[in-house]
Ligand binder design. Structure first.
Ligand code: AMP
Length: 192
C-alpha cells in the first residue's frame, strides 16, 4: 500500500489536488471534511453534532473523527492505498492513524504540505464560498478562526512526520498543473 497525507491549511488546494492524485495513482480519497458534510446532508446524529463545531470554524472532537476513519477503512478493505485530505488534524489523530494503519500492516509513506500565503488563502476561500454552499467559507471571521485552529492544533502534526523523515513541502501557489507536477515529483521519488 502507498498511503499519502496531503497537508496544509484550509484553502491550500488539498481537495482539488486530491482529485487529480487519486485519478493518477489509484488511491482511495479519504477527506474527513467531505465525510462530515455527507453526515450533515444525511441529517445523521453525528452530522448534526459535527455541524455545530464546523460552523464555528472549530475542530470536530477527535473521537468522532477517528471513529469515522475507522469505519471508512472497514468499508474500503480492498484499497491499494489511501490519500488522506484534512486528516490527521491533531497530534492525537496522527497517533490514532498510526495505530489504525498498523493494524492493517501498513503505514504512512509520505506527507506533502502545500505552502500558500495567508492572504492568498483568504482570497481563495472567500471566492470558493460564493459557489461551494459551505457556510464556513463565506464568513471572514470563521475563516480566520479556522487558520488560528490550524496554527494551534494542526501545524504540530507536521513534527510527528518530520521526526520520521516523511515530511515534504512544496509551493502551493501558481497554476494547478504546475502544483500537481510538483506533487508528482515528490510522490514518485518516495514510491521508488
Ligand atoms: P475541510 O473540508 O477539511 O476544510 O473541513 C471542514 C471542517 O470540518 C473543519 O473546519 C472542521 O470543523 C471539520 N473537520 C474536517 N476534518 C476534520 C478533522 N480531521 N478533525 C476535526 N475536524 C475536522
Amino acid at each position: 500500500m502507498f498511503n499519502l497525507i496531503l497537508f496544509g491549511p484550509p484553502g491550500s488546494g488539498k481537495g482539488t489536488q486530491s482529485d487529480k492524485l487519486v485519478a493518477k495513482y489509484g488511491l482511495v480519497h479519504l477527506s474527513t471534511g467531505n465525510l462530515l458534510r455527507q453526515e450533515i446532508a444525511d441529517k445523521s446524529e453525528l452530522g448534526l453534532e459535527a455541524k455545530k463545531f464546523m460552523d464555528m470554524g472549530r475542530l470536530v472532537p477527535d473521537s468522532v473523527v477517528i471513529g469515522m476513519v475507522d469505519s471508512f477503512f472497514e468499508k474500503n478493505k480492498e484499497a491499494k492505498g489511501f490519500l488522506f485530505d484534512g486528516f490527521p488534524r491533531t497530534s492525537a489523530q496522527a497517533v490514532a492513524l498510526d495505530e489504525l494503519l498498523h493494524k492493517k500492516n501498513t503505514e504512512i509513506a509520505t506527507v506533502i504540505a502545500l505552502n500558500v500565503s495567508e492572504d492568498e488563502l483568504v482570497k481563495r476561500l472567500l471566492e470558493r464560498g460564493k459557489t461551494s454552499g459551505r457556510s464556513d467559507d463565506n464568513n471572514e471571521g470563521v475563516i480566520r478562526k479556522r487558520f488560528a485552529v490550524y496554527i494551534e492544533e494542526t501545524s504540530p502534526v507536521a513534527d510527528h512526520y518530520k521526526a520520521k523523515e516523511k515530511y515534504f513541502a512544496i509551493k502551493g501557489e501558481g497554476e494547478l498543473d504546475e502544483i500537481f507536477d510538483r506533487l508528482c515529483v515528490v510522490i514518485e521519488q518516495q514510491m521508488a
